[in-house]
Design a protein around this ligand. Structure first.
Ligand code: ARG
Length: 439
């Protein structure tokens, strides 16, 4: 029986019932829906809007329903319209009239907005915990790799020497920002819309501060009831935070994929986090990293769909907004899955410092240091830069590196060179003078 059966003379069309329903997605919020209703009922009781006897019956039965669902004893009806309807109807079927009073001074519009915020707070906390776990692994690796010299790149061309530890440090900064972005979004989301009603609040003497506090909203309650039910900024903010996490995971994955190739061979993934080929016996593929890179688009799509869903909606609630959960949950679920695969893959990865060192020794990545050396001898940087460019061109044409080029050849291009150049262009010196070891 539909909630609105009194107004209607026909049953809902069977074939479109599923289309209208959100139970497949929102049943995962059963805990928040029930806790939200317990808070609401407690407030109604305290304000004398319902009797304390009714309040006690409602709260007791809702607690029971929640425990039964958690224990797998009560199955959520897949034909119900949504989790809110299912819980209310189950309650009413069990306790009768008091159950029918639960929805006093409330609409599903403020109810769903409240549930989603509560649920997302929990989800964000779990993603934050995963990010912190990742940061611990990255800190460990950064330390372990702090002396491993490798080429740093721009345009994927060898540029200047760095260490693998320092390279990992860049990702640490990105994931630290992801944590703070998430905290920031959660803080703004942590405000209760309950009491907004369908759109225009309610005529009952409710206590919004009380229900907000009972439901654990640390930022109190929303100020405008239209906005309370029509706002989904928090979904977009979270999807954006998830998208940036995916950008970072995907860039890191891309580097892992490159580093695993024979062209680089800077790292070796553990067998447990690699895959083979069905035909090529020699293959060891970084499938997990590729999948993470591949899944990024899905999360960006969720963000895009959320923004597009909202951009044309008149105030206040519109059914379009039911899409919010599918999209936000998919973004979070994807990030969770990716982090679950990524963390142990990185943790068990082996670095191959000889190969990195060998790559760093080619490509003239100490040329800037050679120019800086001439500057230290009194030459203007632009002149030093030009002279070094000529030296590099000579080396390429005559099969030298800056390390193997004899001093008299250096001197032919610029007579400021002396023996000290070899120390200045030593890769370890280059890294050390930039202060990149041990940071
Ligand atoms: N299931 C809806 C949603 O997820 C909440 C119910 C509000 N529906 C309504 N027709 N007012 O957004």
């Amino acid at each position: 029986m539909k909630l609105w059966a009194g107004r209607f003379s026909k049953e809902a069309d069977k074939k479109t019932n599923d289309f209208n329903s959100s139970i497949a997605t929102d049943s995962r919020m059963y805990m928040e829906d029930i806790n939200g209703s317990i808070g609401h009922a407690t407030m109604l009781g305290a304000q004398g809007i319902i009797s304390t006897e009714d309040c006690d019956i409602i709260v007791k039965e809702l607690n029971k329903i929640r425990d039964e669902i958690t224990a797998g004893e009560l199955m959520i009806d897949p034909d119900a319209e949504d989790i809110h309807t299912f819980i209310e109807q189950t309650l009413t079927a069990r306790v009768g009239d008091p159950g029918k009073r639960l929805h006093t001074a409330r609409s599903r519009n403020d109810q769903v907005a409240t549930d989603v915020r509560m649920y997302l707070k929990k989800e964000c906390a779990s993603i934050k915990a995963q990010l912190e776990e990742l940061l611990t692994v990255l800190q460990k690796k950064k330390k372990e790799y702090s002396k491993m010299v490798m080429p740093g790149y721009t345009h994927l061309q060898r540029a200047q020497p760095i260490t693998m530890g320092y390279h990992f440090g860049a990702y640490i900064e990105m994931f630290k920002r992801d944590v703070s972005r998430l905290e920031d979004a959660v803080e703004r989301m942590d405000v209760s819309p309950l009491g907004s009603g369908a759109l225009a609040g309610t005529t009952y003497p409710i206590n919004r501060a009380m229900s907000a506090e009972l439901l654990g909203f640390s930022g109190g309650y929303t100020q405008n009831t239209l906005d309370g039910v029509a706002d989904r900024d928090f979904c977009a903010e979270i999807a954006c935070a998830m998208s940036l996490i995916m950008v970072h995971l995907s860039r890191f994955s891309e580097e892992i994929i490159l580093w695993c190739s024979w062209e680089f061979k800077f790292v070796e993934l553990d067998d447990a986090f690699s895959t083979g080929s069905s035909i090529m016996p020699q293959k060891k593929n970084p499938d997990l990293a590729e999948l993470i890179r591949g899944k990024a688009g899905r999360v960006f799509g969720d963000l895009n769909a959320l923004l597009t869903m909202m951009k044309g909606l008149p105030l206040a609630y519109n059914k379009d907004m039911q899409e919010d959960k599918d999209l936000t949950f998919e973004a979070i679920d994807t990030v969770r899955m990716c982090l679950t695969a990524f963390i142990p893959m990185i943790d068990t990865m082996t670095a191959l410092p000889e190969n990195m060192r060998k790559a760093a020794a080619g490509g003239f990545i100490n040329a800037t240091d050679c120019a800086d050396y001439l500057v230290s001898k009194g030459l203007a940087f632009r002149d030093a830069y030009k002279a070094t460019g000529e030296i590099v061109a000579f080396c390429i044409a005559n099969n030298y590196t800056l390390e193997t080029l004899p001093l008299d050849e250096y001197k032919k291009i610029c007579d400021l060179f002396d023996d000290g150049v070899y120390d200045a262009i030593n890769l370890e010196t280059c890294v050390k003078r930039r202060g990149l070891f041990d940071i």
